[in-house]
Design a protein around this ligand. Structure first.
Ligand SMILES: [Zn+2]
Ligand SMILES: [Zn+2]
Length: 367
């Protein structure tokens, strides 16, 4: 037992030197040396402080849990797994987790997460720095607005492979930029967000620009005040258009979608002329009552949906507007109230039946 304890103490001392954190405290001993402490150390039953200069151990004592789970002296929470393994979570005076350490049965540290906080005079966290096993993994920076609300300013993360990312926020707490850098600090991805305010006073990202330098492409996504995507533009890094998709919507007085047109490189390729509302006890959903898809050769396909958004017929037209064929679907409801296609009939351009197939609820053909 004694040997285990010594091994354990050595480990903890090394650990403290590696990850000394928080406000340092000092205390003179009899010889005039001033001890420096970076916090408490503990095992399942006891806590103590170790001078980070001379290694002397002081203030050893047994945990005193008075408020349910935290020791009133060292502010640690112990999770004893009963097999020699245990976790220690230490909290600062503000109640924030400063260190979480998992110990193996032989007393060695299996993993350690450290959080360092910077507070303002009102106790708001302005900065939080994260370490995993002594390695810096992230920094979150905050500000406090005039109403006393804490908002993110910047979040920086460091990854195992040496890459990193930086996300920055505006005064509303919305992301304005995100940069991902590889291990050589070369920018690989860059995103920027531009915001506007809609009629309800809510902010929406009317333009998001995403530059991927390794893929050599830029995506610009635009959204309208109803949060619907109105454009996805893909260009090369010089701004030459590779693909341009636009969406045109119609809305009713309540701001609900009533129609949609989708254009590819300014050519109309898809249209929802009308929407329908389905309301059940469980959900309400808007879906297109019909969908028209336009082919490059002037042909088109018209799908008509049923009361629950299920396609009931698909009719195909050639460039001259003549019907070239169609498909009709019949549905049934199985014992689990799941709707399934029970009959599929194919017609030619003159309305003659080409084939009629029946299905069971598993989707198997039954004649
Ligand atoms: Zn000392
Ligand atoms: Zn304690």
């Amino acid at each position: 037992m004694k040997r285990t304890a010594i091994t354990f103490l050595t480990t903890v001392l090394a650990l403290v030197l590696l990850t000394s954190c928080g406000a340092e405290e000092t205390e003179k001993n009899d010889a005039g040396h001033t001890h420096t402490y970076s916090g408490w150390d503990c095992n399942v039953t006891e806590h103590w402080r170790t001078c980070t200069d001379c290694g002397e151990i002081t203030d050893a004592g047994t945990h005193t849990v008075v408020d349910g789970y935290l020791c009133s002296t060292c502010r640690s929470e112990i999770w004893d797994y009963g097999d020699g393994m245990y976790d220690v979570s230490m909290y600062d005076e503000q109640g924030n987790l400063v260190r979480n350490t998992s110990y193996a049965a032989d007393g060695t540290v299996e993993s350690e997460y450290v959080h360092e906080y910077t507070y303002d005079a009102d106790g708001n966290v302005l900065k939080e720095v994260f370490y995993v096993d002594g390695v810096l993994t992230g920094e979150d920076e905050y500000t406090v607005d005039a109403e006393g609300e804490r908002l993110p300013v910047r979040a920086t993360y460091y990854y195992d492979d040496g890459s990193s990312s930086v996300q920055e926020y505006d005064a509303f707490g919305d992301t304005v930029s995100y940069i991902y850098l590889d291990a050589n600090n070369t920018v690989i991805n860059e995103e920027s967000y531009e915001y506007a305010e809609n009629g309800d006073g809510d902010r929406y990202a009317f333009r998001t620009t995403s530059r991927s330098y390794d893929e050599g492409v830029i995506y610009i996504t635009e959204e309208n005040e109803y949060y619907d995507t109105v454009r996805i533009l893909k260009t090369d890094l010089d701004g030459n258009t590779l693909r341009d998709v636009r969406y045109e919507y119609s809305y009713d007085d309540e701001g609900k979608k009533t129609a949609l047109k989708r254009y590819e490189n300014d050519v109309l390729v898809e249209e929802y002329p009308e929407y329908r509302m389905v309301e059940t006890d469980e959900y309400s959903m808007r879906f297109p009552a019909s969908i028209i898809e336009y082919g490059e050769d002037g042909s088109k396909t018209v799908s008509v949906n049923g009361d629950y958004g299920e396609p009931v017929s698909v009719t195909r037209y050639d460039g001259a507007g003549n019907v070239t064929g169609s498909t009709a679907y019949t549905y049934e409801v199985d014992e689990d109230d799941i709707i399934y296609i029970s009959v599929q009939i194919e017609y030619d351009g003159d309305g003659n039946v080409i084939s009629e197939v029946h299905f069971d609820s598993e989707g198997n053909e039954i004649g």
